[in-house]
Design a protein around this ligand. Structure first.
Ligand code: KIV
Ligand code: ZN
Length: 385
């Protein structure tokens, strides 16, 4: 079984979500929970970007022992030196250094030729490798990069000492088949590619971040980057909990798994949502309020007979404790009577039928029927006897 490493960037790309600004205590709390969740690599921040980021990366690096901690650096020696100061006490100091490789970024942002970019990338990977035992190199905007140039620069940074090569879809532009073609091209044209972990880093501008990450795994990526709840720059990053569950549920297809402690997912998601102030959509996969809720009568009846009829993931697997049956106008008699029994009321058939009609009238006026609503119906019925 292939192990897929999970690289969590909730504290770096995730914190780049508009409106999110975490303080030191909040970042420490998130880092500790990510460690409990079993994340392999925690990107704790961008140490050269501010004093606050430097301090939080340094403190996270000193307290986290079971995950590797990394920090981001631009391709300048100053950023690498500052990152080293922040990370040198960590269990396995790891640097994440990047440079843009697409024509549009090189020409308009960096104002460098491709050869200059290649030379800088190689110099910085060599410089960082003198300090850090693990250097990850990222080709920013890789998915809009000329493939022969991408292959040339990847070969050169591996020779320079990079241990992980990341192929980001920085602008969330690629589609799954195209992303696989990029990985396949690199595997065919980079002679030393077998020496590194290949990583995927997908943004969700077209809603394809998780699909693209899964496609990358099929094409040989052994590391997936993303955030919890899919938060991040613009439309966000790939949601790691979705990637982990897709691998878990479809192990038959992917023949790969992560080291994630799945029952910690819900708690992690809740903590991050609370501290970032980014609410989770009710229909969000895995962690949304409705992710395990069944409303239609046919579905409720099936789930009560055997949860596997409509559930591919059990709520308990990901740490969700909730009654999966939501009573509403689509609910059937079976779900209604089951809930009444759970509330302590075992009714005669005729009594249950009368109450069921009243319940249906109420459900026509009110979306979700709560336990309090049911209690009120039963009490009304008993009073009017
Ligand atoms: O999206 C991106 O390209 C990034 C890089 C810094 C890896 O976040
Ligand atoms: Zn990113």
């Amino acid at each position: 079984m292939q192990k897929i490493k999970l690289f969590d960037t909730t504290l770096r790309d995730g914190e780049q979500s508009p409106g999110v600004n975490l303080n030191l205590q909040e970042k420490l709390e998130i880092a500790k929970q990510l460690e409990r969740l079993g994340i392999d690599i925690i990107e704790a921040g961008f140490p050269a970007s501010s004093k606050g980021d430097f301090q939080s990366v340094k403190e996270i690096a000193s307290i986290v022992k079971n995950s590797s901690v990394t920090g981001l650096a631009r391709s300048v020696t100053k950023d690498i030196d500052i990152a080293w100061e922040a990370l040198k006490e960590s269990a396995e100091p790891r640097l994440h250094v990047f440079i843009a490789t697409s024509e549009i970024h090189m020409q308009h942002k960096l104002k460098k030729t491709p050869d200059e970019v290649l030379e800088t990338a190689v110099e910085m990977v060599k410089y960082a490798s003198e300090k850090f035992p693990v250097v990850q190199w990222s080709a920013e905007d890789a998915c809009r990069t000329d493939l022969p140039f991408l292959a040339r620069i990847v070969e050169a940074v591996i020779d320079a000492g990079a241990k992980v090569v990341n192929i980001p879809d920085t602008v969330g532009f690629i589609t799954p088949g195209d992303y696989q073609s990029v990985f396949n091209y690199l595997k065919e044209h980079v002679s030393n590619i077998h020496k590194v972990d290949l990583s995927a880093h997908c943004h969700d501008d077209l809603g394809l971040a998780v699909a693209n990450s899964m496609a990358a795994i099929e094409a040989g990526a052994t590391q997936i980057e993303g955030t919890i709840n899919g938060i991040g720059e613009r439309a966000g990053n790939a949601a790691l909990e979705e990637v982990a569950l897709a691998l878990h549920v479809r192990q038959d297809f992917y023949k790969a798994s992560t080291g994630l402690i799945l029952p910690e997912i819900k708690r992690t998601s809740d903590i991050i949502s609370k501290l970032t102030g980014m609410n989770i959509a009710p229909n969000k996969a895995i962690v949304g309020k409705n992710a395990f809720a069944h409303e239609s009568g046919i579905h409720q009846d099936g789930v009560l007979k055997n949860p596997l009829t409509y559930e591919i993931i059990s709520p308990e697997l990901v740490g969700v404790k909730q009654n999966p049956i939501v009573l509403g106008k689509h609910s059937g008699r079976h779900a209604f009577r089951t809930r009444l029994v759970e509330l302590g009321f075992t009714l005669e058939d005729t009594e249950a039928n009368v109450l069921f009609e009243k319940f249906k009238d109420l459900a026509d006026k009110k979306k979700d029927i709560t336990d309090d609503d049911l209690l009120a119906l039963v009490i009304q019925k008993q009073v009017s006897k």
